[in-house]
Design a protein. Structure first.
Lengths: 275, 247
């Protein structure tokens, strides 16, 4: 039994590592063969088979910007409320927490349906970067709120008491003690939301739409990188090389955000130990 | 919105022919459940053994590396899993038995996507598990595997179940990867090699042109997904309470 457990563990472990390298290696090798800088700077044509992804990168960044502009203020306010002001065991707060938990588990396609019904149709934004960004914002909010609230809660209560004993008002205390202390957590929350938004496809298909032209305003439809990959593989025969190249760009972006999180967390823990 | 103009047609209609006003969701519900349970069946042993590998059978150096690798799995967007599945996995299955885009392909891809949830949660609970038990069992001359299978894992039943429920939720809500590799034919499959269409894929495929009743049928399937997630969360709450009480 000992030998069996050990050998199966090794086989599974090595196989999974090999699989990961296979997936990533496949994408890197295929796209490296055809990659050139122009891919990032050209517009796509003939359905994306040829040309680059410049407008798609711009649309992706715009969608991200819209969702962050919504997530950061709303998320900060609600996590601050939950951590600092709310009465912890009241019925209302428990309901709010449960809803956040449920929201974070909802499948992304359901958010897509919701965004399509509310933003695109009911509020009349149509297929636009704005409605895509807002849908993503609603998707990313639960993650952001839980992360940042944890950060606010990690502020030692001594600090709060000391601040009060110095005669600070609650507002000053939050502004100059709680928020600076929790700044790394806020940053991690932002980066996590960016990662989630970048990887998302299903919620965007019916909200930000398919158009691969350069968006002229936030009310234009814009295609995100992930949708571009989906469209090239499923709907455009002969689009696979460009789909691979776009995947490489997307993976690099996501890895960069992940590395950013890890570095922040590391320096954060160092700082905590120093304190 | 979802429930307007329906009644029970979504169960009793003949099949899913939206243009003819027939909205039977059972084949897609079955497809969703099959692919989800199938992938769980694969992901559970993968997750357990890979966490054992990381925590007991490799050097600390490899462990750090291995953990990063599993985290990398969770970072890969589902659309890229779908792309890889369609380009590499589907042709392989196609050689065994056409058409390749099948329940099997979906199950395999989903298993790769959800095993990291189980593995990561188990690795961290192994770290938190009492070191004393391990030392005592070692001093009694028990083998590592005896400790793992008879002491450690039975103690962590709650965590394993919790992680399984979490990954069930992830798998049933997954859209892009299954949409790309499953073939999307509305039919209850009779073998692993037949194509299926899941509820999520159905929404993604038909939302673009759905009108009227068809549109609300799609919203209904969204509601169905949502209520499944709700039930799962209730279940995990219940389990949390139960196992916390036991410990």
């Amino acid at each position: 039994m000992e030998g069996l457990t050990k050998s199966i563990s090794w086989i599974v472990g090595l196989a999974l590592i090999a699989m990961l390298f296979y997936i990533l290696g496949d994408i890197i090798l295929v796209s490296a063969k055809h990659f050139s800088l122009n891919f990032l700077l050209d517009s796509p044509f003939s359905g994306g088979r040829k040309g680059g992804i410049y407008p798609i990168i711009i649309s992706t960044l715009l969608i991200l910007a819209v969702s962050l502009l919504v997530v950061i203020p709303i998320g900060l306010a609600s996590s601050l409320y939950l951590a600092e002001f709310a009465e912890q065991n009241s019925k209302g707060i428990i309901v709010i927490r449960k809803s956040i938990e449920v929201l974070s588990a909802v499948p992304s396609i359901v958010f897509g349906l919701f965004g399509n019904a509310i933003f695109s149709l009911y509020l009349g934004m149509g297929f636009s970067i704005l409605s895509g960004g807002l849908t993503l914002a609603i998707m990313a909010l639960p993650l952001f709120i839980t992360t940042v609230e944890k950060g606010f809660r990690s502020v030692p209560s001594n600090y709060r008491l000391a601040a009060f004993s110095l005669g600070m008002s609650r507002f000053t205390m939050i502004k100059s003690v709680v928020i600076p202390y929790a700044l790394p957590a806020i940053f991690v929350g932002i980066v996590l939301s960016v990662g989630r938004a970048l990887a998302e496809t299903a919620a965007l298909i019916f909200t930000s739409g398919y158009v691969d032209r350069m968006p002229e305003s936030l009310f234009d439809s814009g295609r995100s990188l992930s949708i571009h990959i989906y469209d090239l593989t499923m709907n455009v025969p002969g689009g696979d090389i460009n789909a691979y190249k776009t995947s490489l760009v997307l993976i690099v972006l996501i890895l960069a955000t992940n590395t950013l999180i890890n570095t922040i967390l590391k320096s954060w823990y160092k700082k905590r130990i120093a304190l | 919105m979802a429930l307007s103009g329906h009644g029970t047609s979504f169960i009793f209609d003949e099949s899913w022919f939206p243009t003819e006003g027939q909205f039977n969701m059972i084949p897609m519900l079955v497809g969703s459940l099959l692919v989800t349970f199938g992938s769980l069946l694969l992901a559970l042993p993968l997750g357990i053994f890979s966490s054992l590998f990381a925590s007991f059978y490799c050097s600390p150096r490899i462990k750090t590396f291995y953990r990063r690798a599993i985290e990398l799995y969770t970072g890969i967007p589902s659309v890229i899993f779908g792309l890889w599945g369609l380009m590499k996995l589907v042709p392989i299955i196609n050689q065994i038995q056409p058409p390749g885009q099948s329940l099997l392909a979906g199950t395999l891809i989903l298993a790769l996507m959800i095993f990291p949830i189980i593995a990561l949660s188990l690795i961290s609970s192994f770290e938190m598990a009492s070191k004393n038990h391990f030392k005592v069992s070692e001093s009694l001359g028990l083998k590592k595997s005896t400790y793992i299978w008879f002491i450690l894992l039975p103690n962590l039943k709650g965590q394993i179940l919790g992680a399984t429920i979490l990954s069930f939720g992830r798998a049933i809500g997954e859209t892009m990867a299954v949409l790309m590799v499953c073939g999307n034919i509305v039919k209850i499959p009779s073998s692993m090699f037949e194509p299926i269409r899941t509820l999520t894929a159905n929404i993604a495929l038909e939302m673009a042109y759905a009108m009227g009743t068809h549109r609300s049928a799609l919203f209904l399937s969204g509601l169905l997904l949502l209520s499944m997630i709700g039930v799962l969360l209730l279940l995990s709450d219940f389990l949390k309470k139960r196992f916390a009480w036991k410990a």
